[in-house]
Design a protein around this ligand. Structure first.
Ligand SMILES: O=C(O)c1ccccc1NCC(=O)[C@H](O)[C@H](O)COP(=O)(O)O
Length: 261
């Protein structure tokens, strides 16, 4: 039986095939040449983490698990609010079919602030790397559960060659072991099971103790309160990726400050 991750990946493969057929690489290269250089995603996180909590604040309109999250969705305004509230970096959902995202949201959010921006999407093909850079992304996400080791390495090399950072997402110890074959040492643990949507912070608690020294370790999904962050911090986790809890707030800047201040 196919689960939600399989269905998302199937949609994405079809979408990328169609985009590749209509967008020559030369067009992407021309758009990359117009972008400002990558902003240093991991470096910005590490700098904030050295002084306390480091937040990757997510611009997320909707999700498969929650449906519509933010009605008055305004990526540039949210980007400014997140930066003013103290976020280290942004994450912007660009997947259209499942998250009501758009590439233009990332470009607009990045243009409205000085924070490095992660393109939060489902990478299935190295072609998406220049595409991500062409819209301004400073980092991409690689989901270990989605790809085999050969394709992961191919996409990672392409991203590093573009000067982008790579957030490698794992769910269990086996995926963490596989992740260590890659070059990137920016590791995210997704507390949400992408196959059934259940959230369990114990995933992060378990894996942070197994992460080799030198990793920047990010807890992702389901984090809502200051107590959630403090419980993570007690176990040595200082970087957090948070979307829904902040996107549901009327005053995004105040909520961001209250959460990580
Ligand atoms: O958010 C979902 O429902 C979801 C479903 C299937 C695959 C991925 C999904 N979310 C992507 C993310 O990883 C989250 O947007 C991100 O970690 C922030 O999570 P949250 O703070 O719970 O919005």
């Amino acid at each position: 039986m196919t689960d939600i991750l399989d269905r998302i990946l199937e949609t994405k493969r079809a979408e990328v095939t169609a985009r590749k057929a209509t967008t020559p690489l030369a067009d992407l290269d021309a758009r990359i040449a117009e972008q400002t250089p990558p902003r240093g995603f991991r470096a910005a996180l590490d700098a904030k983490a050295a002084a306390g909590h480091a937040l990757i604040a997510e611009i997320k309109k909707a999700s498969p698990s929650k449906g519509l999250i933010r009605e008055d969705f305004d990526p540039p305004a949210h980007a400014r609010a997140y930066q003013a509230g103290g976020a280290a970096c942004l994450s912007v959902l660009t997947d259209e079919t499942w998250f009501q995202g758009a590439d233009s949201y990332l470009t607009a959010a990045r243009g409205a602030c000085t924070l490095p921006v992660l393109r939060k999407d489902f990478m299935v093909d190295a072609w998406q790397v220049p595409e991500a850079r062409a819209i301004g992304a400073d980092a991409i996400l690689l989901i270990m559960a989605a790809l085999d080791d050969t394709l992961l390495a191919e996409i990672e090399v392409a991203a590093l060659e573009c000067g982008m950072d790579v957030l490698v997402e794992v769910h269990d110890a086996k995926e963490l072991d596989r992740a260590m074959k890659l070059k990137s040492r920016l590791i995210g643990v997704n507390n949400r099971n992408l196959r059934d949507f259940t959230v369990d912070f114990a995933r992060t608690y378990e894996l942070v103790s197994k992460a080799p020294a030198g990793c920047t370790f990010v807890a992702e999904s389901g984090l809502t309160t200051r107590a959630d962050l403090d419980a993570m911090a007690e176990r040595g986790v200082k970087c957090f990726l948070i979307g829904e809890a902040l996107m549901r707030q009327h005053d995004v800047e105040a909520a961001t400050r209250a959460l990580i201040g």
